[in-house]
Design a protein around this ligand. Structure first.
Ligand code: ATP
Length: 243
């Protein structure tokens, strides 16, 4: 079953077309990466799919609901860990998690249960009492993903989850993301080729708002006639082959 289907999705900012007639199909349970250089339109795509910004053309179905006509239903199905840090810096990690549970009107018991569950899943026990703003970028991101999962979304959006993290923190976060694979649909944006290669079931390569190619690493390598994904990415982006 399809988790996401976009139909000629467009976002125009005055004269700039940030997303240009995007057609995308993402299956339920898939980890799909949108890969592209800066300014390719990845964040804008995610913002439209998560109803944070309205498309200027086309539409998309998220969990079967239209982002233009049924945004409230869409918002109930999704979780978002945005590029800019989502944690409240002056609150402790536990307070951040409690805040989101409160937004969803969880009872005291359910809040405690949820925090226990997520602490186990994301190994947050040691940082629960610490101020979120004082944690490293990797830990803050881990907390942000845990917060996005509180509502038990069917679809999770991760916008540049490892941006600015050192290599160790990046690999640790990859493990966290891998542990979610298959359980929910994940749409991730990145400009790190190795990240897309390490995590994704399929990858969509974007440039200047357009989707140039979509497929598994093997399919994209075959398309570019190489065994090396970095070479394939560079070749597809340079040739501008829209498929
Ligand atoms: N609110 C806005 N107003 C005007 N232009 C915008 C706005 N948001 C994004 N853009 C432009 O749209 C284009 C796509 O931006 P977007 O952030 O979606 O790219 P991206 O692929 O996510 O890049 P990055 O990897 O740098 O985050 C860029 O040229 C950007 O400058």
């Amino acid at each position: 079953m399809q988790a996401i289907k976009t139909m000629e999705l467009v976002k125009q900012y005055k004269t700039l077309t940030a997303v240009d007639r995007l057609y995308l199909d993402i299956q339920q349970g898939e980890l799909f990466s949108l890969l592209g250089v800066n300014g390719a339109g990845k964040t804008t795509t995610i913002k439209m799919l998560s109803c944070l910004t309205k498309p200027t053309g086309g539409d998309a179905l998220v969990g079967g609901y239209s982002i233009t006509k049924e945004p409230e239903q869409v918002k109930r199905l999704i979780g978002v860990s945005p590029q800019e840090t989502a944690v409240a810096p002056n609150l402790s990690v536990k307070e951040n998690l409690e805040l989101i549970c409160g937004i969803h009107s969880f009872s005291k018991g359910k809040t405690e249960e949820k925090i226990r569950e997520l602490s186990g899943q994301f190994a947050l026990d040691t940082v629960l009492k610490r101020k979120a703003g004082k944690l490293s970028g990797g830990w803050q991101r881990r907390v942000s993903i845990a917060m996005a999962l509180i509502s038990e979304p069917q679809i999770l959006f991760l916008d540049e989850p490892t941006l600015g993290l050192d290599v160790i923190a990046r690999h640790e976060l990859w493990e966290t993301i891998r542990s979610l694979k298959g359980k929910i649909t994940i749409i991730l944006t990145t400009h790190y080729m190795e990240e897309a290669e390490a995590l994704s079931d399929r990858i969509g390569i974007m440039k200047s708002g357009k989707l140039l190619a979509v497929g598994t690493v093997e399919e994209l390598n075959a398309l570019a006639g190489t065994n090396d994904f970095e070479t394939a990415f560079v070749s597809i982006v340079k040739e501008d082959t829209v498929v």
